[in-house]
Design a protein around this ligand. Structure first.
Ligand code: PEP
Ligand code: MN
Length: 363
């Protein structure tokens, strides 16, 4: 599938942006004093370019703090004037957009709960027609890459080219160490499908706590994410939303200084170590593909034999035996059990599919 999405590079619209792009600020704007003191402290941290604050908050239950509403936009105006930081706010309705544009918010963002709903995204897209403002688009709550891409397409079709995608993890029914476990393969696939799209990571909503922020941030950068959005608050213990995951500006400074920024490109020389190793990996992959193809030839013969002798395709006992024996070999080779099991399942799935094809053709 070819997605026709036209995106501008962030360095073309964020002045003197050095990678990674760092966005920080409170989960919610609560008081003028909290917003301004957080912003002033953050503005002293090198590399923080954008100040975030939720004005309208999507809360799971009613009667929780739902944000201060439009008056918070006046505080953000002061942030711009007093610190020079760019400002960004979550919008979920055309009315929110109108208010943000009236108050010169620099960048809008769509939250995970909005991106799941194509009706909402479509209404937002209509409200953005003819407006030149950057929009950041979080992944939807559920790990559905097409829904994420659909939202990006809808915003892009409104004429918005300044787009950033944000990986904020996905809801999981299972209890994990994360609030919203990351699924790195999804933002990586997004980058593959939409070449040139900047993707940043929101470790705060992934972690749901302060302790894992550094390791998730480092992992995001190591996976070529283009920036980070980290929640910070002048007094996190007193925060009205997401108190567990917000950090003080000085902690943010500390975290950023611990990050290792690795080079995105390997040295250009043809004969460097990395290139040689990549050649070896290529040769190994060719062998792997040949072996898989050889395996499938045997599968074909087995399929034909089963058809001739009226034997079922799946024999659970044999499948158990395959898993058991192969995992034992894998253990000797120090292969991760879950990885090998997944690999065997994918191979087996293809083997079953091929045999069904044979049975059906010969019906
Ligand atoms: C937020 O950024 O404060 C927020 C509500 O995030 P998400 O949409 O990722 O849940
Ligand atoms: Mn939050």
């Amino acid at each position: 599938m070819d997605y026709k999405i036209n995106i501008e590079k962030t360095k073309d619209w964020i002045k003197s942006n050095k990678e990674p792009l760092i966005i920080s600020g409170p989960c919610s704007a609560e008081t003028e004093e909290q917003v301004l003191s957080t912003a002033k402290a953050i503005s002293k941290i090198p590399n923080v370019k954008i100040f975030r604050a939720g004005i309208w908050k999507p809360r799971t239950r009613p009667d929780s703090f739902e944000g201060v509403g439009s008056k918070g936009l006046l505080w953000l105006k002061k942030v711009k004037e007093q610190t020079g930081l760019l400002t960004t706010v979550e919008v979920a309705t055309p009315k929110h957009i109108e208010e943000c544009l009236k108050n010169n918010v620099d960048i809008l963002w769509l939250g995970a709960r909005t991106v799941v709903n194509p009706f909402s995204v479509q209404e937002i897209s209509l409200a953005l027609k003819g407006v030149d403002i950057p929009v950041m688009i979080k992944n939807p709550v559920n790990p559905d890459i097409k829904l994420w891409i659909g939202a990006i397409e809808r915003i892009n079709h409104a004429g918005i080219k300044k787009i950033i995608a944000i990986h904020r993890g996905f809801y999981s029914f299972e209890k994990t160490q994360f609030r919203n476990p990351p699924m790195w393969e999804i933002p990586i696939e997004l980058k593959r499908l939409i070449p040139g799209i900047p993707v940043i990571c929101d470790p705060s909503h992934i972690c749901g706590n302060k302790e894992l922020l550094l390791s998730v941030s480092q992992k995001a950068l190591d996976l070529e994410m283009d920036g980070l959005m980290i929640e910070s608050h002048i007094n996190p213990d007193k925060a009205l939303t997401d108190a567990n995951q917000q950090i003080k500006p000085e902690k943010l400074n500390d975290l950023l200084s611990k990050l290792i920024i690795r080079k995105k490109k390997s040295p250009s020389s043809k004969h460097n170590i990395l290139e040689n190793l990549r050649d070896e990996i290529f040769k190994t992959d060719v062998e792997l593909i040949n072996i898989i193809s050889k395996r499938l030839e045997f599968v074909k013969e087995i399929g034909e034999y089963k058809h001739k002798n009226n034997i079922t395709i799946l024999q659970l006992k044999q499948w158990h035996n395959v898993i058991k024996t192969r995992l034992e070999i894998g253990k000797e080779k120090n292969l991760d059990k879950d990885f090998l099991l997944k690999l065997l399942q994918v191979i087996h799935e293809e083997s079953v599919r091929k045999q069904i094809e044979i049975m059906e053709k010969k019906k």
